[in-house]
Design a protein around this ligand. Structure first.
Ligand SMILES: NC(=O)c1ccc[n+]([C@@H]2O[C@H](COP(=O)([O-])OP(=O)(O)OC[C@H]3O[C@@H](n4cnc5c(N)ncnc54)[C@H](O)[C@@H]3O)[C@@H](O)[C@H]2O)c1
Length: 244
């Protein structure tokens, strides 16, 4: 049974990933700023062999170490990380405070570093065929977008971690990032989007928002045998928004 740690599991893409892996009968450690009790309950009813319900601020090194201790203690190691915790901040550059920049970088980039490092440490003793580290970047990791520069910079950084770790830990650990386009979650905020912004978001070949479940299916693929020859990649799931 695969041992899988999923951060940001309280809602959105992380919650969808938790349910997708639950259906495979995996042992799950589910973490969020508040313990994701509702996702954990659903995961149990969808077939997870075991669910740990964890609280962790991924930008906090001590909190990540405590989370890793809980996972190591319960599972004795880790096979798959799906690191979905993240934040976004929208403001014109000249109205962006350094605190806003620091927060986005702390959660999205330092959080990816801390959680990825802790996961890889837990994977060292794992004998099973290649472990998987799956981070979440964005389609914006391939281009810039006005009024989102800290977020875009953080996601470019995530690809840097992926490419470096993929080389450092091959062939034992495969490291990739999902690069979603507009996915219908609270972060995207489709319900409150201006008509102009919505039109702009939907001016992509598939002309619709993606679903968190669609991203989860890609995470499941990468975490399983289908992903055995994939490492160091940022994998687009974006309705054609970017074609790098
Ligand atoms: N939704 C999109 O359109 C989209 C597109 C590209 C990339 N992404 C990325 O996908 C990931 C998931 O996004 P989502 O759309 O599901 O967002 P979401 O806001 O719906 O969910 C994010 C989750 O992360 C958690 N979180 C935030 N800060 C945290 C912290 N410091 N420690 C622990 N958990 C924290 C939140 O509590 C929340 O449950 C993010 O990395 C996001 O940048 C999303």
């Amino acid at each position: 049974m695969r041992r899988v740690l999923i951060t940001g599991a309280g809602r959105g893409i992380g919650a969808a990933c938790a349910l997708a892996f639950a259906e495979t009968g995996a042992r799950l450690a589910l973490a969020d700023l508040k313990a994701p009790a509702a996702t954990s309950a659903q995961a149990r009813s969808r077939g997870a062999a075991e669910v740990l319900d964890l609280t962790c601020d991924v930008s906090d090194g001590a909190a990540v170490a405590a989370m890793a201790n809980r996972v190591e203690g319960a599972f004795g190691g880790l096979d798959v990380l799906v690191h979905c915790a993240g934040v976004i901040h929208e403001a014109p550059l000249l109205e962006t405070r350094v605190e806003d920049f620091d927060r986005v970088i702390a959660v999205n980039l330092r959080g990816s570093f801390l959680v990825g490092q802790a996961a890889i440490r837990m994977m060292r003793g794992t004998q099973s065929s290649p472990c998987r580290v799956i981070l979440i970047a964005s389609d914006m990791a391939y281009y810039g977008r006005e009024t989102f520069s800290p977020y875009v910079a953080s996601k470019h950084g995530v690809l840097g971690l992926v490419r470096s770790w993929a080389k450092e830990f091959a062939p034992r650990i495969l490291v990739n990032a999902l690069c979603p386009g507009p996915i219908d979650t609270e972060m995207l905020g489709a319900a409150n989007m201006s008509a102009e912004w919505r039109e702009r978001e939907l001016a992509i070949p598939l002309a619709r928002f993606g679903l968190p479940e669609e991203v989860a299916r890609l995470a499941l693929f990468l975490g399983g045998e289908g992903g055995a020859y994939i490492t160091g990649q940022g994998i687009g799931i974006n309705g054609g928004s970017v074609m790098p």
